[in-house]
Design a protein around this ligand. Structure first.
Ligand code: FAD
Length: 325
């Protein structure tokens, strides 16, 4: 069995869980195993039903009043109990902030290994082991890791690396409620209140159009022009690590290996060279436009439309045109 932990926050399923169900469904064909989705919380059976639409063969609603708010103790214990009961061959978790916290604790409890922050998963045709690929040595090479003789084989996977499968609302699957045995005293950390951070920007992984800037944009003030272009196009802004390191953009707008993975319909890369670590976060975009004064910049090779020149007059003209239309 391939088990996928599908994270919910405030009663909303995160996309990464759906992405992982899609990938697990592909892997299950090579393994001939069922895909079981697990969603954890309190009164969450309606979410479990939704997961069936995305390709899970079976859905487990892991629920208990003590799981109302996320706590690492409570969720680790609850997942531990469900894994003990179901005995999956593979367990996949999204590498979100909570997934990165839960995964290693759960692996330690289960006495198995964990490959963290993976960017690809395959099944080895001979050994039938899960091949878990992740960047290593500062991103200079991609390491493929196996976990033989241990069960489950566990991985956390970066959000956005796999597409969300098409939902089929006709598709249903068995939904099973699992009530873990939890005691209040087992949960050492009590969450009193969750205060949401006020964000000026949307989550870039959800944007359909992204206008991204790099060091070539030149200054924080120049990003106002990129923001204006993004607004006219109905999208959001993002940037390279160089732009973030310069302090021109907040870290949650960084695209790439150590930032977010995005796959919008349109990605406009302005003054970005296209280092391998940046490409890792955006090359799956549907249509890429690059504006760069260097025709040899690596970004020009992945671009569907490469515009050679100084970005500022080009962007100003684009803004002017869009305002006229
Ligand atoms: P540069 O490489 O300096 O490129 C600037 C570009 O702007 C050039 O191509 C130049 O021709 C062009 N330009 C300059 N002036 C103009 C102008 N007026 N008009 C048009 N074009 C102009 N990087 C990421 O982006 N994301 C990551 O997540 C990430 N993770 C990393 C992880 C590791 C372990 C390491 C080692 C590096 C990582 N990096 C990451 C850094 C990456 O290697 C590059 O250094 C970075 O992406 C470069 O950013 P840039 O393209 O904005 O800047």
């Amino acid at each position: 069995m391939i088990m996928v932990y599908c994270e919910q926050r405030n009663g909303e399923l995160l996309n990464v869980g759906l992405e992982l169900i899609g990938k697990a469904a592909q892997l299950s064909k090579d393994l001939d195993r069922e895909v079981v989705a697990v969603v954890c919380g309190n009164k969450i059976t309606h979410l479990a039903e939704k997961l069936a639409n995305y390709g899970a063969t079976r859905v487990i609603a892991l629920q208990h009043p003590l799981l109302e708010k996320y706590t690492v103790d409570g969720y680790t214990e609850a997942l531990y109990q469900v894994v003990q009961s179901e005995n999956p061959d593979i367990l996949l978790i999204g590498a979100t902030l909570t997934g990165r916290e839960l995964g290693p604790r759960l692996a330690a409890r289960l006495k198995t290994g964990l490959t963290a922050d993976c960017t690809n998963l395959e099944i080895d045709p001979e050994s039938k082991l899960l091949l878990m690929t992740r960047p290593a040595f500062g991103g200079n090479l991609m390491a493929t890791i196996i976990c033989p003789n241990k069960k489950p084989q566990m991985a956390t996977i970066r959000p956005g690396v796999f597409p969300i499968p098409q939902a089929d609302t006709q598709r249903t699957s068995e939904v099973y409620v699992f009530t873990p045995k939890l005691r209040e005293e087992d949960i050492k950390v009590k969450v009193e209140q969750v205060i949401a951070k006020v964000r000026r920007h949307k989550d870039i992984s959800a944007e359909k159009i992204i206008v991204a800037g790099g060091r070539g944009v030149g200054s924080k003030e120049n990003f106002d022009l990129l923001e204006e272009l993004a607004e006219l196009l109905g999208g959001g802004i993002a940037g390279s690590r160089a732009a973030v390191d310069e302090g021109w953009l907040p870290k949650d707008l960084q695209v790439g290996q150590t930032g977010k993975v995005v796959r919008p319909k349109l990605y406009i890369a302005i003054g970005i060279s296209g280092a391998i670590q940046h490409l890792a976060g955006m090359q799956e975009s549907e249509y890429i436009i690059a504006i760069n004064k260097d025709p040899e910049a690596p970004i020009m090779k992945v671009a569907d439309l490469a515009i050679v020149g100084d970005w500022k007059p080009i962007v100003k003209r684009l803004i002017q045109q869009l305002k006229q239309n």
